[in-house]
Design a protein around this ligand. Structure first.
Ligand code: RP5
Length: 177
């Protein structure tokens, strides 16, 4: 795990092995949102890595990360950014590894700017774009898990169990009336 990320969130269980999913974000200020993706990957036991890769502040690192993603064996890149959120799109421009974009809620425009920056990709360079904020981060990770589960029966079983548990929790919901 990158030392660039803040250490105050609850400790995440490291998953041994070569990372299959890369979680990258434009700034350590995105961690509050993006930790929800990392948490899901950790819960499912998917080997992953998390790093700050800023499109604007470290563009050469962004290009290097994208170029090495395939050769390093990454199966998906979850990229979160806020504001002028060019990170997912520029990663997608430089790799054919699937890029899952997470719009981070921005200070002034609440993430609508991030969403529009990520979702409006030109034809030919796709970024799968998720909801603004924590739901998007968690769902991007669940989507990556679904993709990996197509070729991993144990992971598919875990995913079905997760869905069943979620259904039970929803059925058990009560209202204050
Ligand atoms: C983007 O700018 C980052 O993804 C972040 O959401 C936003 C603000 O970054 P900081 O100024 O908080 O570092 O590149």
């Amino acid at each position: 795990m990158s030392t660039l990320l803040p250490s105050d969130p609850p400790p995440l269980r490291p998953v041994p092995g070569k990372p299959l999913v890369g979680v990258v974000m434009g700034s350590s200020s995105d961690w509050d949102t993006m930790q929800h993706a990392v948490q899901i990957l950790a819960d499912f036991g998917v080997a992953h890595e998390a790093r700050v890769v800023s499109a604007h502040r470290m563009p050469d690192d962004l290009f290097a990360y994208a170029e090495q993603a395939g050769p390093r064996g990454l199966q998906a890149i979850i990229a979160g950014a806020g504001g002028a959120a060019h990170l997912p799109g520029m990663l997608a421009a430089k790799t054919t590894v699937p890029v899952l974009g997470v719009p981070v809620a921005s200070r002034h425009l609440q993430g609508v700017d991030s969403l529009h920056s990520i979702v409006q990709m030109p034809k030919g360079v796709p970024v799968a774009t998720f909801a603004i904020g924590t739901a998007g981060a968690a769902n991007a990770a669940l989507f990556a898990v679904s993709q990996l589960a197509l070729h991993d029966p144990d992971l598919a079983t875990k995913l079905l169990a997760f869905r069943a548990e979620q259904t039970q929790a929803a059925r058990a919901m009560t209202l204050p009336v």
